[in-house]
Ligand binder design. Structure first.
Ligand code: ADE
Length: 220
């Protein structure tokens, strides 16, 4: 998979994709992540990328030209162009899974007060990572990349994400490691019983119990 990210703040990505699982996925050529500063595409003599809003109002608005030209340059037949915006569809694990099957993603990070509405016309999908407003699409794009790349086949063991929270509308079951007793808190007996049928039943029950307690909305 190739992921191209369009941003005005490429330095925000320093370190994010060069550690842990994403780093390994890049090294093993499971994914190639390119960061593009779309200011480089501005035809304005001063490399301007924004302007005042028609009709008046506060702040600056990202103009069409640099983003259109950058996307034109990168887009291939099988590309999926995604705009990160608080008014996009709410991001869910199912979307991460679907996007992990794509060959090429182009992520556009908005900034400032907003972007020219016509930028939406070149996007296949608009995504919000939650009902809150961030200063730009950079952190949301990192969230997308992290959640998508871990689902690319071969990046982590498939078993690790089969029981992930949200995978089948249930939260994950609780896990424990050594020691068996820590500050008086004991590991549930069933987990040291060696009885795999009972262990699986315990885990399934815990997933259901947890989801009912913490996220009953997932069961609707
Ligand atoms: N840009 C600013 N806030 C955002 C959000 N919640 N999701 C996606 N992009 C954003």
């Amino acid at each position: 998979m190739i992921i191209d990210i369009l941003t005005l703040f490429p330095e925000m990505y320093n370190g994010v994709f060069t550690e842990s699982i994403i780093k390994r996925a890049v090294e093993e050529d499971k994914v190639k992540i390119n960061i593009h500063n779309f200011r480089d595409y501005s035809t304005d003599p001063h490399h301007k990328v924004d302007d005042t809003p028609y009709g008046g109002g506060a702040g600056m608005v990202l103009t069409c030209q640099p983003i259109f030209d950058c996307v034109k340059n990168l887009r291939k037949e099988n590309s999926k162009v995604i705009l990160l915006t608080p008014d996009g569809v709410l991001y869910k694990e199912k979307m991460a899974y679907d996007l992990s099957q794509e060959k090429h993603l182009i992520l556009i990070c908005g900034h400032y007060e907003g972007f020219d509405e016509r930028i939406r016309s070149i996007c296949d999908l608009e995504i919000s990572i939650g009902d809150y407003v961030l200063t730009g699409g950079e952190i949301p794009s990192m969230v997308l990349v992290d959640s998508i790349v871990r689902l690319i086949p071969g990046v982590i063991e498939e078993e690790s994400h089969l029981n992930d929270s949200f995978n089948d509308n249930l939260l994950d079951y609780p896990t424990y490691t050594k020691p068996r007793v820590y500050e008086g808190m004991e590991v549930p007996e069933v987990l040291v019983s060696g009885d795999h049928k009972r262990i699986n039943e315990f885990r399934e029950n815990e997933r259901l119990k947890r989801t009912k307690e913490r996220r009953p909305d997932l069961l609707d």
